[in-house]
Design a protein around this ligand. Sequence first.
Ligand SMILES: [Zn+2]
Length: 467
Amino acid sequence: MRRPSPSHPTRRRAGPLALSLALAVGLGGCSDPAPERPSVVLVTLDTTRADHLGCYGYGKNTSPRLDGLAREGARFDLCISSAAVTPVSHASIFSGREPQNHGVRVLFAAAGYRLPDDVPTLASVLRAEGYATGAFLSAYPVSEEFGFDRGFDVFDNGIGEPAEGKMQDQDGFAGWDTNRFQRRSDDTTVAALAWLETVDEPFFLWIHYWDPHDPNLLPPVEHVRRFVPGFERATTWNVPLYDAEIAYMDEQFGRVLDHLDASGRAADTLVAVTSDHGEGWYEHDWHAHRILYQEQIHLPLILRGPGVAPTTVPDLVRSIDVFPTLLELAGLPVPDGVDGRSLVPLLAGEPDEPRLAYADQLNLWDTNARMLEKRPQDDLLHVLMDARWKLIFRPLRPDESELYDLDADPDEAVNLYRPDHPEGLRLRAELERRDAFVLEGFGEAAGDGERSDALRELGYIDDGDDG
Ligand SMILES: [Zn+2]
């Protein structure tokens, strides 16, 4: 990697002024230079539901920096995830494909959990175009174990760096005596900013933050007290603590924005922020994810940078649309096989064909899905939805499927499913076309190796309700 000069010159795409300046200094006769590409920063906020951010209407001040980004850029008001488990959802963000087409179907099994080498990803495409690529992550479920390292020059998975004092001093939760498989957003941010100092444009930076995933990785106590007055240590996992973790993550994300500003790179860098899934807080008798109500799959999505004018987009969009959108904004072609569709027309305020969003959870075939002991009805879940109608189809128990009119019933409280409901039939027919049902599993995961150790230490295997 090249080390840049201490202050980065601001690089802009060639406009009329730049062109005339180039001609004026006699460069007009040179052979065509390579087109300048914007740099790209993608931030995935694990376990962050849209409606706990200020820019999505939340009443508490959890996200001043994300709110600022949304004011300067484009906020998508209805972005739907492809899954509610970390690696499956991230694979869709990175490949632009629905799960049945990228191949990551579960968190834990003998197969079906790893991104195949022949699926192009944002990282592999951008590196092939000459981008410096770096990933700075915060937890095991997005590690190389799942194939997310492909395409990255530097892949810092956040594993194996114990952070003394960042849990034990503050945390009363059972079993956590190590930080080996996760790290707090401040540590991830320090590593990412150090890498930014070493690379020239264009670069692609992926930051994954994990703080809101569970109560063990706590912000500093004084920070938590802003949301939980009198806080001393976590004795229960609750909404104020979740909000405090989102706010701490937002503060760390703000350091990335500040760095882009201070280095003169902000104007030439696309910043995309989204999440992999949300988190239930008992709206449907369930805390955590792995099911597919809106609190689990309605994501934030914010874009800012070259080619993105400030706007809000009410249309239904999907996390699979992020990949083709970033490529189009970078002036690059989209590979074959992508299910997502560029959001650039919506960014420009142009009419665009409405989208259908697909999501699934193959909990039955995920050997880590202990939650089925409590929710056996959620063995196999497939969602297909438009902006109004949402079908949650259960192929092994179709009579227990669900249909919601989100216009009339945004809380998904009144199940309208019946086999002959015309909206249900329409969505069911579209669902069948996707050929996404999996009625045989991927096999038992073998042994008690490193993979099992990692999941156990993250709390998955013993009491794993989520991922
Ligand atoms: Zn996640």
